[in-house]
Structures are given as C-alpha cells and as structure tokens.
Design a protein. Structure first.
Length: 291
C-alpha cells in the first residue's frame, strides 16, 4: 500500500482490515452456503491446509453459480454435511475419498479423471493386470470421446446412452476380472470401484452432471497457491478471512461480476449500517425478495 498509494500500513492494521472484511462479508457468505443445499448438482473437493501450525483442510463446494469454501481441522464426512446443508438431495460429484461415502451412491458421480489414473496404475503392474488395465483405458477413452461429442452437440444424448449400455457392461466385467487377477493392488482397486459401480454412470442418465470432478479441482487450485505462498493461516480468524474471500472471489467470477466493485460496495454498505450486497445470482435475489 505504501509503495503503490503512499498509504503506510502496519501488520496490525492489515490484520484488523481482514477481521473487518470477514465481518462485512459474513451475511452474504452465509447466504451463499445456504444456496448450495438447494442445488441440483454440487462438486466437492478438499486439499491440505495449515492453521496455527496444525494440520487442516480447505474444502470447496461448487455449484453452477455459487462456490463456497471452508477451512476446517477435520477431513471427515461431518464437513461434507456442513457444506451441503441438511436439505441437499442433488447429485454429488467427487473422487472416491471415504468422507463422501455416507451419501447415497445412487445420487453420486465418481470422478472419471481419477478412474483414468487408476486404470493407468493397473496397466503399469504387468501381467494379467496390464491386460485388464489396457482394456479399461480403451473403454474409458472411448467414453470420453463420445462425451465430448455430446457436449459439442455432434452426438445426441439418446444415442450416447445407447452407446454406453454395452460399454458399461464391458467395464464392469473387466473390473470383476481385475478383482480376481492375482495382483493384490489391482484386486483391491477393482473391488473398491465395484462397491460404487452405480456412481460411475450417473452422468449418462442425468443432464447437467459431468463425468469428472475437474470443476472442483480447478476451483480449489487458488487455495493451493495461497497455501504455498503463506503456509496457511496463523489463527482461526485468519481461516475465516480466507474462506470468506475465496467464496466471494470464486462466486463473483462465476457470475461475471467485478470483485473490487463488490468489496467496495460491501464496505460502503457497512459504513451506512446496511447489509452487504448478496452473492446470489440475480434471479435468486429477486425470488427471495418476492418471498
């Protein structure tokens, strides 16, 4: 601030500004969290963090127009429930981390990008495992080729569904074979995938669901960069600032809204003892106002 604007600021002043900003943003951030539980699809992911020298995790929930972050000392399913809210009944897109396993498998989509990495590992183990891994990768690459055509409009979804029926059967037969191939790691991986086989194919039947969790992984990447640059946060208050600012920035970018304009308006509203502007998309704001 001193170099750019000639305004000297002590470390204590910066800390106080962060605290004030967290307070100003508290209501719209909480409103954004409530928005998540009413959505049809949510992508979740988590990455390691540090808070006051302790191990912690930065979590993200991404919906079509609102993204929410929290920093917690836990990596358990309890945080997933907190992020989704009590009423969430949509499709949950994640990797295969056990913290998500409490959610009904029929309303989940497992990340296809992670499956590709698993199939690569299966292929790399040689012998019977290599043959199965190669066949699984062939089917996965075919699936994504068709999916990309669905997204760009050159393949009808009804045709895609028809194509996927025999592919699904072949993948599941290969996984069954892998679960008895004599290579311990491959057997374990295949058994684990088969436990939730239904969640491999949700995107085929439900429009608006992606076959990967790349959306959440891209959204959490700035948090990884923040952690590497600052080594996490030094206090619970610092974590509240991080999750508030990351929620605001990610959500406003999704809605093509200007971050600096929003933060300026939020602080000006606080000076007038008025609520900060909503982070919800405009149609949702109008809907809530009418209610």
């Amino acid at each position: 601030m001193d170099d750019l604007f000639g305004v000297p600021m002590s470390v204590g002043t910066i800390s106080q500004c962060e605290k004030t900003t967290t307070e100003v943003l508290a209501e719209p951030v909480e409103e954004a969290r409530g928005y998540v539980e009413d959505q049809i699809v949510a992508h979740l992911d988590e990455t390691s963090w540090r808070e006051d020298g302790k191990r912690a995790w930065l979590w993200v929930a991404v919906t079509s127009l609102v993204t929410v972050f929290v920093v917690r000392l836990s990596r358990s399913g309890r945080v997933v429930r907190e992020l989704l809210g009590e009423k969430f009944s949509g499709i949950l897109v994640t990797d295969r981390y056990s913290g998500y396993h409490w959610y009904p498998v029929g309303r989940r989509q497992l990340c296809g990008s992670h499956l590709l990495r698993d199939f690569e590992a299966i292929r790399g183990r040689g012998g019977a495992s290599e043959v199965i891994g190669e066949a699984l990768l062939e089917q996965a690459h075919q699936m994504f080729a068709w999916w990309h055509r669905v997204r760009d409009g050159t393949l009808k979804r009804s045709t895609f569904r028809a194509y996927m029926t025999p592919l699904r059967r072949k993948v599941e037969r290969l996984l069954e074979a892998g679960s008895q191939c004599g290579v311990a790691k491959t057997e374990g991986t295949c058994r684990e995938i088969l436990k939730r086989r239904e969640a491999l194919w949700t995107f085929v039947q439900v429009e608006g669901v992606e076959p990967t969790n790349n959306t959440a992984e891209r959204s959490i990447r700035p948090g990884v960069q923040w952690r590497k640059g600052s080594f996490g946060t030094q206090s619970e208050a610092g974590s509240r600032f991080v999750e508030s600012m990351m929620t605001v920035v990610a959500t406003l970018k999704q809605q093509n809204r200007n971050v600096l304009d929003y933060l300026t308006a939020a602080h000006e509203a606080a000076l007038r003892d008025e609520p900060a502007p909503s982070l919800l998309p405009e149609p949702e704001q109008k809907s809530q106002a009418a209610a």
